[in-house]
Design a protein around this ligand. Structure first.
Ligand code: ZN
Length: 413
């Protein structure tokens, strides 16, 4: 099949999409259901309609653009990503999978190809947690990974509920109707910038993702006893910071002790009260992030953190309270979808690398209802979530071409 990607047009559309921003360009800020997000959505829908795709939106704003196949009743092949952007982000995170997905469909149309299964492009609502504090809101709801009850309880920083905000944006209907059945998609492929340095370091344009690591995160409050840094003698102390430090070191040693390079754990937040040089810390809050592609290993680290909290409580005479922010299982890509992407790379003689995604994406949640795989596009210096995020027009076109070929192959199966 002769698949030609219009790289200039695609790159131009990515730049136009980036111009819908609440931050001064080249920074992109596009928070879900803001005026700017709504304008970007309108632009995306216009492009889909121009490509003769049938556009549908669900009650939470997930947007679907369908190319009907010869056998439209078969489960469809899905592709897509997100277009929302955290404050001061770049032009490529998510958008490459949405507009690249669109160009993949247009390229197949130009080639004269007719799909057997329908091929559907998805723009997921709110992959970024900026507004409602939870990432992948749209795909969590689509896949039943977030209960409608919990979704209804979400509020933004102004105290507005998800229901209020979405209906103000024109998305009516019940959240109960967002979930998709397991036979809605046959396979889902997501094109995305790598957001890491590996492809560039290896001088390879694209990577095929075999597994997506999933995070768990905890918030831990430690309450000790404050006092004068000069007068309270060491044996009498219940220093909340030292208790936190001991837990943090356990986080590190537990992650290292699995012996697997894919186990990573971080204490990225440590708030010390009262935060004065001459005062013993009385209260500390830390936040712990643990990720692995293997659920048992990830959970072993979480258990080690639990044990450390118990030990520290008795050793140091402090009180500890824990809150689980999220514990999501990791996803394995479908072997068949991975093979299809690798085969498509081979077909075009494009070198590709087999890799793991350490960041999580909408595909993590789509994996609960269908087979998934992801295709990563090389980006500069692994930089993402910054205004200087960059991927070349050529690499984006290469990823889009591979995606198009794989979509056609899966549609025909
Ligand atoms: Zn993304």
């Amino acid at each position: 099949m002769d698949i030609t990607i219009n790289a200039d047009q695609l790159y131009g559309e990515l730049q136009t999409l980036a111009s819908f921003t609440d931050a001064p360009p080249p920074a992109v800020t596009r928070i879900v259901f803001s005026k700017t997000d709504m304008a970007a959505r309108a632009y995306f829908k216009k492009l889909c309609t121009a490509a003769s795709l049938t556009v549908r939106e669900d009650p939470v704003g997930n947007t679907f653009a369908r190319w009907a196949g010869r056998e439209p009743d078969l489960p469809a092949i899905g592709t897509g990503s997100h277009t929302d952007a955290i404050p001061h982000a770049g032009a490529y995170d998510g958008t490459v999978g949405v507009l690249g997905g669109l160009e993949a469909l247009r390229a197949l149309q130009r080639s004269g190809y007719q799909p057997r299964r329908s091929i559907e492009l998805v723009m997921f609502t709110s992959e970024e947690p900026t507004r409602f504090g939870i990432g992948c809101l749209g795909s969590r709801l689509l896949s039943g990974s977030l209960s409608v009850e919990r979704a209804r309880a979400l509020v933004d920083k102004d105290g507005q509920s998800l229901d209020q905000v979405r209906s103000a944006a024109g998305f009516m209907g019940s959240l109960d109707d967002v979930g998709l059945s397991r036979d809605y998609y046959e396979t889902f492929l997501e094109l995305h910038v790598e957001q890491g340095p590996i492809l560039e370091a290896r001088n390879i344009p694209v990577g095929v993702v075999t597994a997506i690591a999933a995070p768990a995160s905890l918030r831990i409050w430690i309450e000790g006893e404050g006092g004068h840094a000069g007068t309270v003698l060491m044996p009498q102390r219940h220093d909340a910071f030292l208790a936190a430090a001991q837990i943090a070191l356990t986080v590190e040693s537990a992650a290292k002790s699995t012996g697997a390079i894919d186990t990573v754990a971080t204490v990225g937040v440590c708030d010390v009260f009262p935060g004065a040089v001459n005062s013993i810390p009385s209260r500390v809050k830390i936040e712990v992030d643990v990720r692995d592609i293997d659920l048992a290993r990830r959970d072993a680290v979480l258990r080690a953190v639990d044990r450390a909290c118990d030990e520290v409580t008795s050793q140091r005479g402090v009180k500890i309270r824990k809150e689980v922010l999220n514990v999501d299982p990791p996803a394995q890509s479908s072997a068949r979808a991975v093979e299809t992407l690798e085969q498509s790379c081979k077909e075009f003689q494009i070198p590709c690398l087999s890799m793991v995604s350490r960041a999580y994406h909408d595909s993590l949640f789509m994996s609960r209802i269908t087979d998934v795989a992801m295709l990563f596009v090389r980006c500069r210096a692994g930089i993402s979530h910054r205004s200087d995020e960059y991927a070349s027009a050529e690499d984006i076109a290469t990823g889009t071409r591979v995606l198009a070929h794989a979509l056609a192959h899966l549609s025909d199966k």
